[in-house]
Ligand binder design. Structure first.
Ligand code: NAD
Ligand code: UPG
Length: 471
């Protein structure tokens, strides 16, 4: 049997991955009809909004949606219709860390993957290629196959592929246009290889063939966890070194530059920071830790767990620097926190280091003014309520305000904390900020973005991650 020619794709899950990924598939494959479905009506309405107020902010995304929507790209809450019509279905639903029960705090919650899979089995009347796009533990495809086969209609066959997504938020569109690699895992049977080829042909519309890697199902699933674990490990390594730099007078920027010049190490992903955030790194490493423990590999589990522990240490170390520097107390003091998103160029706040810092400052009874160019107020209140569950929202609101510009946030503060590397924070008039601050005026740069010497000339005392005071 030759591989099927895919003509209709359905993507279950219109989130940060399903939305941009399948919008790009539609743009690059005008001959394929792509329908992205979700249970969340508000999200689908936003994807369909007449003024293109899309539910996520991602540079370049609006242009892609403008070109393809209504042509061969559709957004809908009719999940069943999407499934029924498609010959290939991406499952791109959320897989958060489990909050309760066995494996709570570590294992992935596969509830959404299972419901989507059960829906496919219940609705499908023709053969389907089912593609795991969500990040899942190794061997999830096996559970999906069991569910599908146990519930399928007679004569309906399902082939399951793993096709993890490697895009990073903030650069999703460029990552999708020019991926380092597309990874497809399949069973090594004739049917498995045919399904793999059918999906490879979709990507081959714009991705060079040599960048489309085909491997076994379990290798593909594990490679996604491995890639994130190794990326996060680099950040925790450089952050661990940043603590040594602060104590010795070495400069982490210079150290990372020198180390990264070694072609075996390479320069990317060596930027010390206030700690990594985002919905993936911590979740996927904890998932790997859980997998290792389930496989009775405690040393392997401990090794990866340390990457997350170092990240927690980095965040609390930075909060402590702020308190120590402001004469060992921030009670009743006014701080500005610039940046609430977990990185620049996104409005996503999941696991943002900024949330941990603000929680620490509030627990010290400081007053905090937050500014972020892309995060909604409602999201800030929600995240802070979750970070401080015993605080009524009125109490949080007494201690926190949200500003409309960086300059407004910095007005008359005792300390300014840079938590996200938004470019505009480099460009504000630091002289104007200094002039209306109480003195001594402190700036804490958790992202190494400011011109320290210039700020010092203005009169600021500047504390930068990975840069000590000793000469
Ligand atoms: N965010 C990233 O940058 C990124 C990158 C690579 C991989 N991933 C992985 O991709 C997956 C999705 O992540 P995300 O950030 O897009 O999540 P998300 O929460 O933004 O989106 C998931 C969407 O799936 C929908 N959904 C859940 N169950 C459903 C069901 N049964 N039927 C229909 N819709 C359903 C939800 O309503 C939600 O809108 C996760 O496994 C994640 O680990 C994320
Ligand atoms: O040198 C660096 C690089 C990143 N970060 C921080 O690390 C976090 C994650 O950044 P990044 O990886 O750029 O964004 P994500 O969108 O979380 O993307 C990661 O997680 C995705 C979800 O699995 C994967 O698809 C991507 O390949 C992987 O890079 C952010 O808080 C960054 O500020 C640093 O502190 N230093």
């Amino acid at each position: 049997m030759a591989p099927v020619k895919v003509s209709k794709i359905c993507c279950i899950g219109a989130g940060y991955v399903g939305g941009p990924t399948c919008a790009v598939v539609a743009l690059k494959c005008p001959h394929i009809q792509v329908t992205i479905v979700d249970l969340n009506q508000a999200r689908i309405d936003a994807w369909n909004s007449a003024d293109f107020k899309l539910p996520i902010y991602e540079p370049g995304l609006e242009e892609v949606v403008r070109q393809a929507r209504g042509r061969n790209l559709f957004f809908s809450t009719d999940v069943d219709k999407g499934i029924r019509e498609a010959d290939l279905i991406f499952v791109s639903v959320n897989t958060p860390t489990k909050k309760s029960g066995v494996g709570a705090g570590f294992a992935a919650d596969l509830n959404y993957v299972e419901s989507a899979t059960r829906r496919i089995a219940a609705v499908a009347t023709t053969n389907k290629i089912v593609v795991e796009k969500s990040t899942v533990p190794c061997r999830t495809a096996e559970s999906m196959r069991t569910i599908l086969e146990a519930n399928s209609k007679p004569g309906t066959r399902f082939d399951i592929l793993s096709n993890p997504e490697f895009l990073a938020e903030g650069t999703a569109i460029t990552d999708l246009f020019k991926p380092d690699r597309v990874l497809i895992g399949s069973l090594q049977t004739q049917e498995g290889r045919d399904a793999c080829e059918a999906l490879a042909q979709v990507y081959a519309n714009w991705v060079p063939r040599e960048r489309i890697l085909t491997v076994g199902l379990w290798s593909s699933e594990l490679s996604k966890l491995a890639a994130n674990a190794m990326l996060a490990q680099r950040i925790s390594s450089v952050n661990a070194l940043s603590a040594i730099c602060e104590a010795t007078g070495a400069n982490i920027d210079e150290v990372a530059h020198a180390v990264g010049f070694d072609s075996r190490i390479g320069p990317k992903f060596l930027r010390a920071s206030v700690g990594f955030g985002g919905s993936c790194f911590q979740k996927d490493i904890l998932n790997l830790v859980y997998l290792s423990e389930s496989l009775h590999l405690p040393q392997v589990a401990a090794y990866w767990r340390q990457v997350v522990e170092m990240n927690e240490y980095q965040k609390s170390r930075f909060s402590k620097t702020v308190v120590d520097t402001l004469f060992n107390t921030i009670t009743g003091k006014h701080l500005a926190v610039l940046g609430f998103a977990f990185k620049a160029d996104t409005g996503d706040t999941r696991e943002s280091a900024s949330i941990s810092l603000i929680r620490d400052f509030l627990q010290e009874r400081a007053y905090v003014t937050i500014y972020d160019p892309k995060v909604d107020d409602a999201q800030i209140w929600l995240d802070l309520s979750e970070a401080l569950p015993s605080w009524p929202i009125e109490t949080i609101k007494k201690h926190v305000s949200i500003a409309r510009s960086a300059l407004e946030a910095c007005r008359q503060k005792e300390g300014i904390v840079i938590a996200t590397e938004w470019k505009e924070f480099k460009e504000i008039s630091w002289q104007a900020v200094y002039d209306q601050m109480s003195k001594p005026a402190f700036v804490f740069d958790g992202r190494m973005i400011l011109d320290v010497e210039k700020l010092q000339q203005i009169g600021f005392t500047v504390k930068v991650i990975g840069r000590g005071d000793r000469l």
